[in-house]
Structures are given as C-alpha cells and as structure tokens.
Design a protein around this ligand. Structure first.
Ligand code: IPE
Ligand code: IPE
Ligand code: MG
Length: 262
C-alpha cells in the first residue's frame, strides 16, 4: 500500500512536479470544481452532461494528487445553495453522487484512498446518505490520501452547527466558557482533525469563495483558472502547484520569519 509523502521520484531523484521542491508541495488542496454547465453549453448539451464529464475528471486529479503525496484533497461537489437549481439538475447531481460512491468504491480502496464527507448530511436524500456512509466505511482503513467530498456543504451552515455544539457543551458543563477559542471551533467543524487547505483552486474563472471552507482557507493560497472543470487535467494541476510553490506565505509575519523584522 502507498502512503502519503512521496514528493520526489525514488528512481531518478527528480521533482514530481517540474520545478517544485518537496518542501514547497501543498499538504492539502481544496478545489471548487466549477464550470460544468458552461462546458456543456459550449458543446450544445444539457448541463447534466457537463456534470457527468465533471465527475469523470475527478479520477485524474485524485490519482495525481495521490501520486504526488498530497495528504488531503477536498472537492466541492454540491453546495447548500445548489438546491436553488432546477429539480431536474438536482436529481441528476444526486444520482451522480450515488454512481460515484458506488462506481469508484473498489478503485478508491485499491488506491488506498480514505473518503470523508463534509456538509449537512441530514439534508441529503436517503440513497445519497446511504451511499456516502457505505463508501466512508469501505475506505475507513485506508492510510493514503484522504479524499474529502463536500456534499450539501455550506461554510456558514458548518460554522453555525459548530457554534450550536459549543453552546450544548457549555450548557452541559462539558466546556468552560474560557475554553471557547479557535481550537474549540476547529474541533467541532466537519473538517476536525484535517490540516487547513494550503492551496485553493477554482476552475471556471469566478473570483469568489461561494461559501466554501470560509474558516479553513484563512491562509490558503488561491489559484483561479478559466478552464472549466471537465477539462481540468494533470497539466493544469501541476500549473496550480507550481503557482503555489512560487508564493511567499507570510501568515501575517515578514519574509524570512525573523520576529524582529531584520
Ligand atoms: C459546478 O459547475 C458543479 C456544481 C455546482 C454542482 P456548475 O454547474 O456551477 O457550472 P457553471 O458554473 O454553471 O458553468
Ligand atoms: C460552487 O459553484 C459550488 C460547487 C462547485 C459545488 P457554484 O456554481 O454553485 O457557485 P456560484 O453560484 O457561481 O457562486
Ligand atoms: Mg458554477
């Protein structure tokens, strides 16, 4: 079984992404997979066709992230606001979720990929919830990359649910008010235990977060590409990683990390 971590080819000693040294690789990549509808419209097809091709594009990005030793890949698959779409499109997206969970299960296990789903599961149709639970259970023992699927996910909803849990814990005497800090919130988010995203990629060209991981991307580097999601492949992923590797992450400090700023 493979484990997370390889960032150099063991045979040649070369970087797995040209020009990127291992210390510059992101641990966690989050993607807003946007542009499926426009991709289909450009070809004269209904939006559902774009979604199906979008689902097919997941495999290449995921396999490459696993090969590169990326620890976590989080994919925005359906937002809590996407219920505003026509019933037919929502139905197609829900069926696609079930098909993905069932159709990819064995392949994901073979790749040693563990799946975790974030979002408000209570609002998902029964068959989607069941498929998701089955996939999570089937891959629970995998130790390679963690694939996080954001399904019926909205960041504000996630934060509100975390706040409710904090209130419950305080009322029940399990948590002192003085202990309500950033880690208390972190621990109650759906992403508890995962590192924050280092790199946030958005396909389809829009310059917004669309209620995605608002808390977690506080210091993520952003990469936006005009490419629509169904066309996003390994070359585009490498370009995003190269872009990330060239950034200076200061986290509010100064270049060089000298606390005196010298
Ligand atoms: C992203 O593609 C997929 C989902 C939101 C489920 P869109 O469906 O938003 O495609 P565009 O942005 O309309 O092209
Ligand atoms: C974000 O894309 C949600 C997903 C990719 C699942 P949207 O297409 O829903 O975002 P907006 O509506 O353009 O902000
Ligand atoms: Mg969109």
């Amino acid at each position: 079984m493979t484990t997370a971590g390889p960032t150099m080819s063991s045979e040649t000693g070369e970087a797995l992404v040209e020009g990127v040294t291992p210390d510059r690789m992101p641990r966690h990549i989050a993607i807003i997979m946007d542009g499926n509808g426009r991709w289909a419209a450009e070809r004269g097809f209904p939006r559902e066709f774009g979604h199906r091709n979008g689902a097919s594009a997941v495999r290449a990005a995921l396999t490459e992230c696993a090969r590169l030793g990326v620890e976590v890949l989080t994919l925005y698959s359906f937002s809590s606001e996407n219920w505003r779409r026509p019933a037919r499109e929502i139905g197609a997206l829900m069926s696609l979720c079930v098909d993905y969970c069932e159709g990819e299960r064995e392949h994901l296990k073979r790749q040693n990929i563990r799946v975790r789903v974030i979002g408000d599961r209570e609002g998902l149709p029964d068959e989607v919830r069941e498929a998701v639970v089955h996939l999570e259970r089937a891959t629970a023992g995998c130790t390679g990359l963690t694939l996080v699927l954001a399904l019926n996910y909205g960041s504000r909803n996630e934060i509100a649910r975390a706040a409710r849990r904090i209130a419950e814990d305080v009322c029940a005497g399990r948590l002192a008010i003085e202990c309500v800090d950033e880690s208390a919130i972190d621990e109650r988010l759906d992403t508890a235990g995962l590192p924050d995203p280092d790199l946030l990629i958005r396909t389809g060209g829009e310059l917004r977060l669309s209620n995605y991981l608002l808390w977690q991307v506080g210091y993520a580097e952003m990469h936006v590409t005009e490419t629509f999601w169904p066309d996003f492949g390994v070359a585009e992923l490498h370009a995003a990683i190269r872009d990330f590797a060239g950034r200076r992450r200061r986290f509010g400090g100064l270049d060089g990390g000298d606390p005196d700023g010298r």
